[in-house]
Design a binder for this molecule. Structure first.
Ligand code: FES
Ligand SMILES: [Fe+2]
Length: 386
């Protein structure tokens, strides 16, 4: 499904109810956070890395998914497999740091060895182990899927495939992403230890990403750069997609002005993508920025009821010209300023939400995606039980 054309956004904004924000307790109550682990994070597709993080057969890494750790591995045939990162013998954590290659998965404790697809190959002194039923002692499987070149895992064996949930998103922005993207810089999605921590509930961070209503007040740079009035929002069952057009009027800030001047699309994009920034949220916590000059993929992983880690990485496409590379550097510089502004605001929101008796006021139509997200969270948590 294509995002709405920039000519018609006000019609969209002037109609319909933007929905209701979540009550404050959803953001502050530790029991809600515990329920989310099971009801949201253990049932949804979680971004774990990019295909480029698993370069060849045997490449592997571990990533947290809900309350488990998942081992994602590139198989012999170039596909992907995922298993719980725990040895079937006595529970040792199998992978601690990413490894670029290898023929098998060998436990460092007693040496039980598994094929990349998880099957148990053997154990040292196997004849001394009564009941070593190899076919039943493979690594415990986890669903894994590559979508737009990003690797997602899901603990729910019955989950609808992500490609089905987000078919419209693939149609709208598939040309930006793919397996041929290469990371820029050292940040990686699976590097939780290296991630920025924001002092807020994960849903405040997602809410903030889901609306542009705060841009005129909170992001003077973005206001100079983007045509606020032309912003569009499209929400579907499993994702939300935004687009914003770059302004023609030169910004008073040199970096923004230069960016406006040289912004140029990566190979594979169209001329029409030159002046558009797009943002997507895949429910619940995958956040993807699609710029003409790069793609930024990040995720919001709660580490406490009022703390969220936001690991992410920047990507470009091979063969990107100098002009687009300069645009990317400027854009990432501008992005850091926006990020700092947001990170301070979401911490302030969290502090305010903790005020006893506070309940949120009405949403603007410009916050309709916040209402969409609140509805999804409420449905998953089944508020009656909380
Ligand atoms: S715990 Fe893995 S081989 Fe013993
Ligand atoms: Fe913001």
């Amino acid at each position: 499904m294509q995002p709405q054309a920039p000519e018609a956004p006000l019609n969209q904004l002037s109609q319909g109810s933007p929905g209701l924000a979540l009550p404050a307790r959803y953001y502050t109550d530790p029991d809600t956070a515990t329920a989310e682990t099971r009801r949201i994070f253990a049932k949804s597709w979680q971004l774990v890395c990019h295909e480029s993080d698993l370069p060849g057969p045997g490449a592997r890494l571990a990533a947290g998914v809900a309350d488990r750790e998942v081992l994602v591995v590139r198989t012999e045939d170039g596909g992907l497999a995922a298993h719980l990162n725990v040895c079937r013998h006595r529970g040792t954590r199998l992978v601690t740091a990413p490894e670029p290659a290898g023929k098998a998965i060998r436990c460092p404790y007693h040496g039980w060895t598994y094929k990349l697809d998880g099957g148990l190959v053997g154990a040292p002194e196997a004849r001394q182990i009564p009941g070593l039923d190899k076919p039943r002692l493979g690594l415990l499987p986890v669903r894994v899927e590559s979508f737009l070149g990003f690797v997602f895992a899901n603990l729910d064996p019955d989950a609808q495939p992500l490609a089905e949930q987000c078919a419209g998103l693939a149609e709208a922005v598939g040309r930006y992403a793919g397996t041929d993207l290469v990371p820029v810089g050292r940040s990686r999605i699976h590097d939780l230890a290296g991630a920025e921590i924001q002092e807020t509930n994960w849903k405040v961070a997602v809410d903030n990403y889901l609306e542009g209503y705060h841009v005129p007040v909170a992001h003077p740079g973005l206001m100079r750069l983007l045509d606020y009035q032309s912003a569009t929002i499209e929400t579907e069952e499993s994702y939300a997609l935004f687009s914003s057009t770059l302004r023609d009027k030169p910004s008073s800030n040199w970096a923004e002005r230069l960016y406006q001047h040289i912004a140029a699309p990566m190979p594979g994009l169209t001329e029409a993508d030159r002046r558009v920034w797009r943002y997507a949220v895949i429910y619940p916590n995958t956040l993807l920025d699609f710029y003409p000059d790069h793609v930024l993929a990040w995720t919001a992983i709660p580490t406490a009821v009022d703390r969220v880690a936001v690991p992410g990485a920047w990507y470009t496409r091979r063969g990107t010209g100098l002009r687009t590379r300069i645009a990317r550097r400027l854009n990432i510089h501008i992005g850091w300023i926006t990020n700092d502004e947001d990170s301070e605001l979401v911490a302030r929101v969290q502090k305010g939400l903790a005020t006893p008796g506070f309940e949120p006021g009405p949403l603007s139509r410009r916050e309709s995606a916040v209402g969409w997200f609140a509805d999804r969270v409420r449905a998953d948590l089944d508020a009656a039980e909380l």
